[in-house]
Design a protein around this ligand. Structure first.
Ligand SMILES: [Zn+2]
Length: 320
């Protein structure tokens, strides 16, 4: 039976009550900022301060009080991530190096600073903290590159607890951006189609993927990307599951596609290789025991989950 899948580790729900309906309430946002238990995750050029365990096997995020944040510098903006069950409001902010040059000692105390991708790959944060920092980083990455109005070039300011930016000159509103991308496992006659992008490490194969373009629906985007990259025609397309992918702000829409043709005509501009793999081969790639040493992406990725579902028999033409 075709099932939707649940991608592991990086998913959507942070465990915080987001209070989206109260972000425009300036009195609520003001009292949240002034709350004695308010906690802030400060980022430093989008790098994340952590407190590692002595043996490095696990780590926690390094949270600060509002007071301690201002002791470093005044942030350009705070983003309200939500409220903990205890009622403590949770914020994040991002310091750029230019803002903190006067407080080098305080920044030094925040080290080590980690990259989100390596934190996710190492699996050293709790699931809950990984979700919070994934959302925090995606939002702060958006703020970092939306300093000016895209229509008139004037300065834009943060509103609604950091979930909207508005131009002070022309009034244009912009909202945190997500880029939808399709990521699909195409199967045919008990085999699945995996490819290699030019940037991939040696021996890594993954599901095909591509951005949804203006005018596409999800099904068309799947068929178009597979045809462009490999020449394979795709018939039925079914949604399988999705995953936010905060590198920096994609939404991966996982699909199964029914392959209608076998022959591969590769687009050298898009991929360096693509092959059909049997279920046994895919299983050995998941298990890192493939005779040629071929591998698939790590288990935090929806690509891994799609391939695993094909190996398990819950995704593919047999399960359709
Ligand atoms: Zn403007």
């Amino acid at each position: 039976m075709h099932k939707t899948i649940t991608p592991p580790k990086i998913s959507a729900q942070t465990g915080l009550e987001r209070h989206a309906d109260r972000r425009t309430d300036t009195a609520f946002m003001g009292s949240a900022r002034a709350h004695p238990d308010a906690k802030v995750l400060p980022l430093f050029d989008l790098r994340i301060p952590i407190v590692p365990a002595l043996d490095g096997s696990e780590a926690q995020l390094r949270w600060l009080s509002m007071h301690d944040v201002y002791a470093i510098a005044k942030p350009n903006e705070f983003v309200f991530l939500g409220e903990e069950e205890s009622g403590a409001p949770v914020f994040t902010c991002n310091f750029q190096a230019l803002q903190t040059y006067r407080s080098a000692a305080a920044v030094e105390e925040m080290k080590p600073l980690a990259d989100l991708r390596s934190l996710a790959l190492q699996g050293i944060l709790s699931q809950e903290e990984l979700l919070v920092v994934s959302q925090a980083r995606a939002l702060m990455a958006w703020h970092a590159v939306h300093r000016c109005c895209s229509r008139c070039g004037a300065q834009v300011r943060s509103h609604d607890g950091g979930w909207r930016r508005q131009c002070g000159a022309c009034g244009l509103d912009t909202y945190p951006r997500m880029d939808p991308a399709v990521i699909m496992l195409v199967t045919r006659n008990g085999r699945c189609l995996l490819g290699r992008e030019h940037r991939f490490p040696d021996k890594l194969f993954s599901t095909l993927a591509g951005y949804v373009e203006p005018g596409d629906d999800i099904e068309y985007a799947v068929r178009r990307e597979v045809r462009e990259e490999t020449g394979v025609q795709v018939g039925q397309v079914r949604y399988a599951g999705s995953q936010p992918w905060p590198f920096p702000h994609s939404l991966m829409i996982g699909c199964w596609g029914e392959g209608l043709s076998d022959e591969l005509t590769l687009s050298a501009a898009e991929i360096s290789d693509a092959r059909w793999f049997t279920r046994e081969e895919a299983a050995s790639m998941l298990a890192k025991s493939h005779p040629e040493g071929l591998e698939v992406p790590p288990s935090i990725s929806i690509a891994y989950t799609l391939i695993q579902s094909f190996v398990d028999g819950t995704l593919g033409e047999a399960a359709a």
